[in-house]
Design a protein around this ligand. Structure first.
Ligand code: NAP
Length: 279
């Protein structure tokens, strides 16, 4: 019996790869960055067939070559229009080839499309049975989608759901996170900086005050904030070793209850249901 997300100790920091592998001039830095992460205890890498139409998976494949595969937790995703048993298998085979591996740790439906969830799950169960994927899950699912998923045969075996989660986008705290927690479905929060180079999450005075108190950058506070409860996996994308180092160091920032209140003043908790935000 495979372990659940919680039993697998996956919460904490993972490495996002959207946009990585697309620009040859950045390749050296990107490889060094992913390897720096692996060398410093980050085991999760999140990629997708969509990212650069396979270029991201190729670069990830190059980065992990020579590492002990069993120490890496590799996530990839398939397009919604590939979410049927036959097409899932074809997508997976191509992803595995690009990644240079013979299995994925987690295979996610990237977002909901028009394929029937019962068919999507049927295909994923087959791939799992054959050992080609250890777990399967979904991404960009709201509570209603998750409920529908749980109603199809085998749907309750969903390992994780990956949704947008950062200071500016806290909607999932209202219902998605508690729903998943109650049912043991892992939560992966993507775009902890809102895909930002600095201004996509407002750097408020309070963020600066908290950052100064910990001798870190406001971005590190944003990331530490996503990790504050120790129950989710947060997957920032870093394109250089400096950012990767900062992101790793952010795991050690312990925000005090007063600091969390300060941050809440600028980025309030949701008090009602909001439509699921996604990028
Ligand atoms: P993000 O992680 O929120 O932000 C990435 C941006 O932040 C990059 O410009 C990066 O710059 C910068 N950055 C990284 N570390 C930093 C630091 N310590 N200080 C300052 N800036 C820093 O954006 P994202 O790539 O959209 O999301 C992360 C990952 O989530 C993706 O790569 C992907 O794997 C996943 N994702 C999944 C979905 C989905 O639908 N499931 C959607 C979006 C994203 P540099 O590149 O210069 O380091």
């Amino acid at each position: 019996m495979e372990k659940s997300f919680q039993e697998s100790n996956l919460s904490g920091l993972g490495m996002g790869t959207w946009g990585i592998g697309e620009d040859a001039s950045k390749k050296k830095d990107e490889l060094a960055t992913l390897r720096y992460g692996l060398d410093h205890g980050i085991k999760v890498i999140d990629t997708a067939e969509m990212y650069g139409e396979g270029k991201s998976e190729k670069l990830v494949g190059e980065a992990i070559r020579g590492y002990d595969r069993s120490k890496i937790f590799l996530i990839s995703k398939f397009y919604p229009y590939h979410a049927s048993p036959e097409l899932e298998r074809q997508s997976l085979e191509k992803s595995l080839k690009r990644l240079g591996t013979d299995y994925l740790d987690l295979y996610l439906l990237h977002w909901r499309g028009d394929k029937r969830l019962s068919e999507t799950v049927r295909g994923l169960k087959e791939l799992q049975k054959e050992g080609l994927i250890r777990h399967w899950g979904v991404s960009n699912f709201d509570v209603a989608d998750l409920e529908e998923l749980f109603s199809v045969p085998g749907g309750k075996n969903c390992f994780a759901n990956e949704d947008l989660y950062n200071l500016s986008e806290r909607g999932v705290e209202y219902d998605v996170l508690p729903w998943q927690e109650k049912r043991g479905v892992g939560f992966i929060g993507y775009s902890p900086f809102n895909s930002g180079k600095g201004d996509s999450i407002r750097i408020t005075n309070n963020l600066k005050i908290v950052a100064r108190a910990h001798h870190v950058t406001p971005h590190q506070v944003m990331l530490a904030w996503t990790l504050r409860n120790g129950n989710i996996l947060s997957i920032p994308k870093a394109g250089n070793v400096k950012h990767m180092k900062e992101n790793i160091a952010a795991m050690d920032i312990k925000l005090t209850p007063d600091e969390i209140k300060l941050i809440d003043n600028d980025f309030p908790q949701p008090t009602e249901k909001k439509p699921l935000a996604m990028i």
